[in-house]
Design a protein around this ligand. Structure first.
Ligand code: URA
Length: 432
């Protein structure tokens, strides 16, 4: 077998077998096959695609490139949730403790943010003391003891994905359905959960710009999970607007705390309930989706989800008093108001522009080793459907620097204000 024949076979639109896919992935992970040949291999997949079986073999080859967590020492059903990444998406901070407060085991590994979307791990690190790097043994003990752990991915988990993702990033091969599906699912399968709920984002701020493409990605991931004997559900959600009001690390943690207190923005609260309900249902803790939603709402009303969040923070050496008193979070030096120049209804807030503005304020990173500032970010005071008058505050910029006019204008231009407004749904489809 040789890599040139495999590249040509895929380039000509033919189906690869398990051995050929393993040969390419193992060869690349072990530094036997060079970047330039795998770049051509990725580009051939980008143009010719892969069928469900090939995509599954690709996922398995990536999964087997590193450690696979053995969660068998955790009693009960283990669940995990993953989002394909969105602006203001702090759903895991709410869903994980909410679901865990019902007794469902949440053993979750999350990534750091890159580009305009933030990572759960970065957000958690804005809580003083919170340790994302606990050992596998402590991870398992913690889930057995308090029902939830939120940690960073270990370096040994799916090393093939780390190499492939960096290469895809610089070869124009990121937005390919089999490549995204295998990248996400190899990591989810390596983390060992029995039930996985995927939040697939659709719209300007997401990888998948339209519903058709997002459905294909969701189906590809659900199929991979099923072939591996896991229960997988994918929720397709609108990402043409940022989720909730807060964008930026500690600002998002504060919004998650408010949501667990029952005072979160409506769109964000709705999505948290929707995602929690899917996990509750798939874990067999409710008979139907309505009962599952009612349980999720109850855990907000009785503050059990909030308590569990504080338990989680404490278990991971963070200062849990911040969860009960979010005014303790460090403030940015300055807060600048972004002022409306037109009146009318906010129709849309461009997620990509808000994500980029927040990154420029210092809340995100362009390169993986950039240091983020937990204090800075944006709070969207007006959301789609709100009426604004000239002079109203649209958004607040939390900054440690003098006002940057480019950032200000980016946020102002992200707002599309029109004479009328028609609401669009947040959840677009659910695929199982
Ligand atoms: N997230 C991932 O982990 N991988 C991709 O390819 C895209 C999004």
């Amino acid at each position: 077998m040789n890599i040139i024949d495999i590249i040509i076979k895929k380039r000509n639109g033919n189906k690869l077998n398990k051995e050929e896919i393993e040969f390419a992935i193992n060869g690349y992970t072990n530094d036997v096959i060079p970047d330039y040949q795998i770049s051509a291999f990725l580009m051939a997949i980008y143009f010719k695609g892969m069928d469900p079986e090939e995509t599954y073999y690709l996922t398995k080859a990536m999964l087997n490139s590193g450690d696979i967590l053995d969660l068998s020492k955790i009693k009960g059903v283990k669940v995990d949730k993953h989002s394909t990444g969105g602006v203001g998406d702090k759903t895991s901070l709410v869903v994980a403790p909410l679901v865990a407060s019902l007794g469902i085991k949440v053993a979750k590994m999350s990534g750091r943010g890159l580009g305009h979307t933030g990572g759960t791990i970065d957000k958690l690190e804005s809580i003083p003391g919170y340790d994302v790097n606990i050992s596998e043994e402590d991870f398992i003990n913690q889930v057995n003891k308090i029902g939830v752990a939120l940690v960073g991915q270990t370096k040994k988990l799916v090393p093939a994905d780390k190499k492939l993702y960096s290469l895809r990033d610089v070869t124009g091969t990121v937005d390919s359905i089999p490549l995204i599906a295998s990248s996400i699912m190899s990591k989810k399968l390596a983390s060992g959960a029995d039930v996985i709920v995927l939040d697939v984002k659709v719209g300007s701020g997401a990888f998948m710009k339209n519903l058709d493409e997002a459905r294909k990605l969701a189906l590809a991931m659900v199929q991979i999970g099923k072939m591996e004997g896991k229960k997988v559900a994918a929720i397709l959600t609108d990402m043409s607007n940022p989720l909730g009001k807060a964008v930026g690390n500690s600002l998002e943690v504060i919004e998650a705390i408010n949501t667990l207190n029952g005072n979160g923005p409506k769109d964000f609260t709705d999505l948290c309930i929707e995602a929690s309900a899917e996990l509750i249902l798939e874990a067999n803790y409710a008979k139907n989706i309505e009962d599952a939603k009612a349980l999720a709402i109850k855990q907000i009303e009785n503050k059990e989800g909030l308590k569990k969040f504080a338990d989680l923070v404490e278990a991971q050496h963070g200062d849990a008093s911040y969860i009960y008193d979010p005014s303790k979070f460090d403030k940015s030096k300055y807060v600048y108001d972004v002022i409306a120049k037109n009146s009318g209804y906010v129709n849309n807030i461009n997620s990509l522009m808000i994500g980029n503005a927040s990154m420029k304020l210092g809340a995100g990173r362009i390169k993986l080793d950039d240091i983020i500032n937990p204090r800075v970010g944006i709070v969207l005071e007006k959301k789609p459907g709100d009426y604004v008058n000239v002079g109203d505050v649209l958004a607040k910029l939390y900054s440690d620097d003098n006002l940057d006019k480019d950032i200000y204008n980016m946020v102002l231009d992200a707002y599309k204000i029109k004479e009328s407004y028609e609401a669009t749904p947040l959840v677009l489809d659910i695929i199982k």
